[in-house]
Design a protein around this ligand. Structure first.
Ligand SMILES: Nc1ncnc2c1ncn2[C@@H]1O[C@H](COP(=O)(O)OP(=O)(O)OP(=O)(O)O)[C@@H](O)[C@H]1O
Ligand SMILES: [Mg+2]
Length: 358
């Protein structure tokens, strides 16, 4: 694998890959913190320094780091550090050893209603908390929902990850559609999500798609207005979306492949309403009969308590502040720049020699 990690980290294996970065499992040998005396395992998200040479991309990664540092929640992947290797900017994260929900759905196809609810409740806890902190993830999907196995055969913990597209409310208007086709809400296809408040409403829809996939499998979605979304949408698609966006509350057609409780069907209907005005709000989710069932007693107050505690102390966490991170990125990209200019000098001088010879 073409990566040299920062000193103190030993590469174990590659965990995953997305559009802009790849993630590896590594041993953190800097401190022997774990109770067994063995090195801690961490996940490291690596952005190549070449990728960061463009200012727009630097901005995106800085936003990801900044937002991760603001979030401190039991259902959001824990952020530890930002480091520079010779070739990459490395975001050190807690390791979730149960893989992504996506892998579980690939292997099992779908989950029983109880387990789906348990995962969904935790996802909502995480998303509701990010919203309260003024942040939207904007890429909620099973690949970005990680699992942490729990002892004694208890069902795993859910951890939301990948804040690569996330926005903070002070960052102003959102200028273009970002996210993943099939998961974004209909209004996003038409560029109607212009600020973080609207992004929060559309994120409820993405959570709904995740619940749909937990209950019916990955392949049966899209089935709503995003029916063509797995392919590049054509004119007809946008026309359909346009009509759905102005529609009255709709009955969402669900696959007939399994029986679900009436409460669950009703809840899916509320989450997947294409017209955002008819969609259930985050506040209403907490009062829904299906959602509330078997909700752990402390869950309803968890976010309020965390937010109150976090407001009292310094909000962002991690060893560095924004300025340190800026400086690190500057050093990294300059280092890369220095290397590139060294290479081009060598190449130029070679070319010069060739020309002299000819
Ligand atoms: N902390 C972690 N623990 C375990 N696995 C992880 C962790 N973080 C990421 N992964 C794995 O790596 C994959 C890619 O990570 P992530 O989604 O953060 O990057 P990405 O999709 O490349 O991001 P971007 O969309 O910003 O380019 C995830 O889907 C998951 O399988
Ligand atoms: Mg991802």
């Amino acid at each position: 694998m073409d990566i040299k990690l920062p000193s103190g980290f030993h590469l174990v294996k590659r965990l995953g890959e997305g559009g802009q970065a790849f993630v590896v499992l590594a041993e953190d040998t800097r401190e022997r913190t774990n109770s067994a005396g063995s090195p801690d395992l961490v996940a490291i998200k690596c952005y190549s320094l070449a990728y960061l040479s463009e200012e727009r991309k630097q901005k995106r990664v800085k936003r990801e780091i900044r937002n991760l540092r603001l979030l401190d929640h039991p259902h959001i992947i824990g952020f530890r550090d930002v480091l520079l290797s010779e070739t990459h900017l490395c975001l050190v994260l807690n390791y979730a050893s149960g893989g992504a929900l996506f892998d579980v759905l690939c292997a099992k196809e779908c989950l029983d209603e109880k387990l789906a609810r348990w995962f969904f409740q935790q996802l909502i806890l995480a998303v509701d908390y990010t919203h309260a902190r003024g942040i939207t993830n904007r890429d909620v999907k099973p690949e970005n929902i990680l699992l942490q196995p729990l002892p004694e055969g208890r069902p795993p913990f859910v951890l939301l990850c990948d804040f690569g597209l996330s926005r903070f409310e002070e960052s102003g208007l959102i200028s273009r559609m970002e996210g993943t086709f099939g998961y974004v809400a209909p209004e996003q296809y038409l560029g109607q999500v212009r600020n973080v408040e609207q992004a929060k409403v559309s994120e409820v829809y993405s959570c709904g798609v995740c619940l749909f996939q937990m209950l019916f499998g990955l392949t049966r979605w899209p089935s709503g207005p995003s029916a063509d979304a797995s392919r590049r949408p054509g004119q007809d698609f946008f026309k359909t979306i346009g009509t759905w966006l102005n529609s009255e509350p709709k009955k969402i057609e669900l696959p007939k492949t399994r029986e679900l409780s009436d409460e669950c069907v009703a809840f899916l209907n509320k989450l997947l309403q294409p017209n955002p005005k008819n969609r259930i709000t985050m506040k209403e989710i907490w009062d829904d009969a299906w959602f509330k069932e078997e909700l752990p007693p402390n869950a309803e107050n968890l976010n309020a308590e965390l937010l109150a505690r976090q407001e009292q102390r310094n909000t962002a966490h991690g060893p560095q502040n924004d300025r340190d991170i800026d400086a690190l990125i500057q050093i990294g990209t300059r280092k890369k720049g220095a290397k590139l200019s060294f290479i081009s000098t060598v190449l130029l001088s070679c070319c010069g020699q060739c020309q002299e010879r000819s």
